[in-house]
Design a protein around this ligand. Sequence first.
Ligand code: HPA
Ligand code: ZN
Length: 329
Amino acid sequence: MNMEQLILSLPKAELHLHIEGTFEPELMFIIAKRNNIKLKYKSVEELKKAYKFNNLQDFLDIYYEGCNALLHEQDFYDLTYAYFTKAYEQNIVHAEIMFAPQTHTNRGVSFETVIAGIYRAQADANKNYNISSKLIISFLRHLDEEAAFEVFEQAKPFRGLIDAIGLDSSELNHPPAKFKHIFREARKNGFFITAHAGEEGPPEYIWEAINILKADRIDHGNRCLENEELVKYLADNQIPLTICPLSNLKLKVVDDLKKHPLKEMLDKGLFININSDDPAYFGGYLNKNYIELQKHLNLTESEIIILAKNSIKASMLTEDEKNFHLSNF
Ligand code: HPA
Ligand code: ZN
C-alpha cells in the first residue's frame, strides 16, 4: 500500500474545522444567487484569485465576506452537508465542527436558523454516511466578552445540540484571559472547552487558555515550541493540540511545509493530530493535509498511524466509542 492509500484507508476524526471555512466558491455563488445577494467578486475564478493571504487577518476578512451569502436554514444545511459528503469520501468517521454564531446573528440571522440547518445535516450525515459528530460554538475573540455572554444566552434552548465552547478569530491583542468569565460559566454548564491559541499569538496565550479558560484541547498551539516549560506541561498532561498544516502554510505561520514543526512536536511527545481548519480556503481537505505533510516531512507509516489514532483519542467521544474506532486500525 502506498502512503496515499494508507492515509485514505485509515479511519480518522476531524477536530478542528470551521463549518464556515468549508464554503466552496461554487456553492457560495449558488446560494448567493438564490438569496439575491451580491458578492464582492464577480465569478468563482475572481473569488479564488483573492485567496492569497499574508496572515490570519487577511484570511478572516475574506472569510467573513463569504458568510454574507448564508441566510436561511437550508443554506446552513447545504453548507454542512457538503462538508460531510467530503468527509465521507475521506474516511472521516467522526467530526467535531465549529460554528461562529456571531458571524450570522450580527447580520440578523437567528441563532435558531443557523443551528437548525447544521443539526439537520449532522443527523442526515449520521444516517447516510455513518459519521458521528459534535458541535462546538466558537466565540469571536475580536468582539467583547459581553457579546459572548449574549450568544451563550441564545444557545441555552439548544443545550442538547451543543457539546463544546471554543474561541477563534483575530488572535493578536485578544488574549484568552479576555473571556475568563464566560468560559467559567461554560465550564459550570458542563461544556468541553477548546480555544485557538499560539497560532499567531505568543506561548503566554496557550498558558492562559489552559490556566484561565481550563481548555481541554488547544487549537493550533504551534508557538508552544518557543517555551520549553510549556512543551513539557503539554506533553506531561497529554493536552491535545489540533494541528492544521495547510492552514499554517496559507496563513504564513510556516513559510514552507518542509519547515513545519509537526515532526518536532511528535518527537517531543506532544499529543497532536491533523486537521483542515478552513479547507475551502486553504487548498485541501483532511487527507490532503496528511498527504502534503507526509511528503514534505517524510513521515513514516507508523507516524501517520499515530496521528490518525490521536485524532480519535483526542475527540469528545466516550472511551467505548474511541475503542470501537481504534479497533479498526
Ligand atoms: N484561526 C482563527 N480564527 C479562525 C480560524 C483560524 O484558523 N479559522 C476560522 N476562524
Ligand atoms: Zn481554526
